[in-house]
Design a protein. Sequence first.
Length: 103
Amino acid sequence: MAKETVQAVSNAEENALQQLKDAQTEGEKLISGAAEKSKEIILKAAQEAHKKADVLLGSAEYELKSVKAKMHEDTVSEIEALRLKADAKKQEASSEILKLVLD
């Protein structure tokens, strides 16, 4: 009976060690799986951020083109107004010079 008890204890120890090894292996698999899943999540987040950045860049470029077009339009209008004003002043100056010469 003592021999059977020793054998039972030995078997129990072997079973306990095997369960411990199995638990360690399962834990390593879980950790590895979690690390892989984390990489996937980070990659997806980076891809989404890149897409959003592209959209924002496109919007900014469109806005820049609009502002440039408006500034160009305003500049052309201002140049035309100044040209007309200069022509009027030139005409006025010519009239004054003509009056001075003829008087």
